[in-house]
Unconditional design. Sequence first.
Length: 106
Amino acid sequence: MSRTEILVLILGMAAATYVCRLLPFYLTSPKIRRIASADWVRYLPVAIVSAVVFPNLLLSSKEIVWGPVSLPLLAAVPAGLAGFFTRNLLFSVVAGVSSLALLRTL
């Protein structure tokens, strides 16, 4: 690989990283919030967290685990309730981690 190709690759990766980090700030700016078509932006964090969390709750070694065997799924219930009632991210994380630790000890 030549130096030019390496430089183009580095610049392309930097541009991709910059766009990925700048896009949420641009989409949630006050100017964009006034546009009615940008209402979907407020649901973006929930969708991203759901896409990351739910597969880990339901899959165990590439098999769907459903029912009382799934400890992470059981621990998600107190974490979800804590998040719903307190609206505090730190408290819900602590509730989820501590309930999972308690379930694993039992």
